[in-house]
Design a protein around this ligand. Structure first.
Ligand code: PRP
Length: 213
């Protein structure tokens, strides 16, 4: 049995065509079903529906043989013990710094001001501002980061930006692009040795389908 950990939403939706290339069809829709273990048309393959930030943990400890997770999650939560054979080029977005449209970020940085930064990506933000020599007080949030500058909780946020619509709707502007993000295939190292043939077949099918519409 091969167990693949996926999160609901964009990653799941954009993984469906890759699975199809490997001849795998998930039989339930995770948006409609409350089931957490989904069968596929292949008796030897099943899909676990887990929180995006939990995918590396499931794969690392062998709860799943493989998983698909964003580069943001891997950088923030660590990728210890995970084999990362492929950038799947799905769920593409970027991680950026954004501020209120009326906040002069460039001057604040130039003057060496201490910035209050709200984010769920504390490790990525710490590393980024340290590399720029900007002093920051990081405020950990778990979602809706865009609110923080609006109510005076923070001067800036570090968050994922895809279309930019969420920033726009909240009168925020992107002032720095920290890095581009996409999702990666991660594989449990022991599983790769023990179930080499079926895992390699899936990796190869995914590799052949990457970047194709
Ligand atoms: C992400 C991110 C932004 C939004 C950006 O949130 O945190 O809020 O998407 O997308 P856009 O640029 O296309 O508007 P998501 O919906 O993934 O939920 P989250 O707040 O739980 O991360």
């Amino acid at each position: 049995m091969i167990t693949l950990a996926l999160s609901k939403g964009r990653i799941f939706e954009e993984t469906v065509p890759l699975l199809k290339a490997a001849g795998i069809e998930v039989l339930d829709d995770p948006e409609k079903s409350r089931k957490l273990i989904l069968d596929t048309n292949q008796p030897g393959v099943r899909v676990l529906v887990v929180r995006a930030t939990d995918v590396p943990t499931y794969v690392q400890y062998g709860g799943a043989d493989m998983g698909i997770t964003g580069k943001d999650t891997l950088l923030e939560h660590g990728s210890q013990g995970l084999y990362q054979p492929l950038d799947l080029q799905i769920a593409k977005c970027r991680i950026s710094v954004a501020v209120r449209a009326d906040f002069d970020y460039a001057s604040a940085v130039k003057q060496g001001s201490r910035l209050k930064v709200a984010t769920k990506y504390v490790a990525i933000a710490r590393e980024f501002f340290a590399s720029k020599g900007v002093h920051v007080d990081l405020i950990k949030l778990y979602g809706s980061m865009e609110l923080a500058p609006l109510v005076g909780l923070a001067d800036a946020i570090v968050d994922l930006v895809s279309t930019g619509n969420t920033l726009k709707a909240n009168h925020l502007v992107e002032v720095e692009r920290i890095m581009d993000i996409s999702s990666r295939l991660v594989v449990n190292q022991a599983a790769l040795k023990l179930k080499q043939e079926p895992i390699r077949a899936i990796i190869d099918a995914f590799a052949g389908a990457v970047g194709k519409p």
